[in-house]
Design a protein around this ligand. Structure first.
Ligand SMILES: [Zn+2]
Length: 447
């Protein structure tokens, strides 16, 4: 038998090392001098423990070894030759990567230590109808995810995965793929069926991608927000009728109807008090309510007093697109001027970020707006001005669909007369309630 006497070159932390190699095998003691790990040899059980960033447990002539609590397999086992523990050069990139948490790779016969590995492994587990993909990471990595129905993508920035990671789909995760890009890695998940809830979050030392059966969502708690109040009268009609009185009475009537139907109702105000816009959204978010309905009266701007407008508009939160939407937005947001301590407008950027994060409720908010718009016009006979969108402070809610109902023009003498009548306000409340119920029927069918 011919024994080849060669040497193995390792480039580690900028230094070049040459260690003797016999038929592809190198001495663990030589490696130890280069890498600087600790070893412990259990003579009785024939276990070799190697420890640096992680502890490895190997046995001579056994291709299986342990790293942390995981079992891995080598292409060639460790050997005990003439009293020396020897590892095959082929197995070094994997072993040293696991041992040090740095990425080792082989190129042209030389072993290099590359960038620091910070994605340590991926576990996919299935438990009680929940599939959890646990991407174990080191440090604080930024990530971004997007997806719909069966296809989801997760990007982790500045990520360096352990070489040779194996991804085995399980449970609701039908397919999983990882691609290494220049400075990020991209996971693509294919989910069984499209009707699952997906949640992605940062856990301790891991990014968790979780898939579970969609929870049945029920609408139980509704926040009714009577616009304006106290020192903020809102718009004022030609005969002196104040918006704040109309909105409060409609809100109370609507609350009574919905309570009779078994809903849990929270009102942002029940008397003539001034409530800041932020406080209104806080009440709703804190109650983890399911719907938010803000009630207002419309008006033409003072400088256009002669213009006569009529009818109903229901708004959901989005960027205003028309001049009219911007005018209504400015008027309803102007309540903020009554807030002495909190008069700084929310910067545009913050709004945009908020908007993007809340996409799911935007869609539902627009559906709620359509249902209320149609039912309210049907019930009252008021003119249908169509669903609109604007950036109202009071609709910036985190956890629920939200709409703002402009129940008619207080600036229009005919509609002001209607708004002054208690029986007409009852009709308005009835129309809004029908819209809410119609939305709930459609919504609960979806979930
Ligand atoms: Zn208003």
């Amino acid at each position: 038998m011919v024994t080849l006497l060669l040497s193995l070159v390792i480039i580690y932390q900028g230094e070049r090392y040459e260690i003797p190699e016999v038929s592809g095998y190198v001495n663990v003691a030589d490696l130890q001098e280069v890498i600087g790990f600790s070893t412990r040899w259990d003579r009785e059980k024939k276990f070799l423990y190697i420890k640096k960033n992680m502890e490895l447990k190997l046995m001579p002539d056994n291709t299986f070894f342990e790293a942390g609590k995981e079992v891995y397999q080598l292409s060639k086992p460790m050997k005990l030759i003439e009293g020396k523990l020897m590892l095959h050069r082929e197995t070094l990139p994997e072993l040293l990567s696991l041992l040090t948490g740095e990425e080792f790779f082989e190129k042209g016969g030389t072993i290099y230590a590359g960038r620091n590995v910070n994605v340590l492994g991926v576990d996919i587990e299935e438990k009680k109808g929940v599939t959890k993909v646990k991407i174990k990471i080191k440090g604080n990595l930024r990530f971004y995810y997007e997806g719909k129905d069966t296809l989801w993508k997760l990007t982790i920035f500045d990520a360096v995965p352990t070489p040779g990671m194996v991804l085995i789909p399980k449970g609701f995760v039908k397919k999983v793929k990882m691609e290494e890009k220049e400075n990020y890695i991209l996971f693509t998940f294919v989910i069984k069926d499209g009707n699952k809830d997906v949640d992605v979050r940062k856990d301790k030392d891991a990014i968790i991608f979780e898939v579970k059966e969609r929870e049945k969502r029920e609408i139980k708690t509704i926040v009714i927000d009577a616009g304006h109040g106290g020192k903020d009268p809102g718009a004022i009609g030609p005969s002196g009728l104040k918006e704040k009185y109309v909105t409060l009475d409609v809100a109370k009537k609507l609350a009574a109807i919905l309570k009779r139907k078994g809903f849990n109702i929270i009102m942002t105000r029940t008397d003539d008090t001034f409530i800041p816009l932020k406080e209104r959204t806080r009440i709703a978010d804190e109650a983890r309510a399911d719907l938010f309905i803000s009630i207002h009266c419309n008006a033409v701007p003072k400088r256009k007093k002669k213009e006569v407008k009529k009818g109903v508009e229901v708004y959901f939160l989005s960027a205003a697109k028309t001049d009219w939407e911007r005018a209504v937005e400015a008027r309803e947001n102007s309540s903020i001027e009554f807030e002495k301590t909190n008069s700084v407008p929310v910067p545009e950027l913050e709004y945009i970020l908020w908007d993007l994060a809340q996409n799911i409720f935007l869609e539902e908010s627009s559906e709620l707006a359509i249902a209320i718009q149609e039912e309210l016009c049907k019930t009252t006979g008021l003119y249908n001005r169509g669903v609109k969108q604007a950036n109202f402070y009071v609709l910036r809610l985190n956890y629920m669909p939200a709409v703002l109902v402009e129940i008619g023009f207080i600036s229009n003498p005919h509609e002001a007369k209607l708004l002054k009548s208690s029986s007409f306000r009852e009709k308005i409340a009835e129309g809004i309630a029908r819209g809410i119920e119609r939305f709930i029927r459609e919504y609960e069918k979806k979930y």
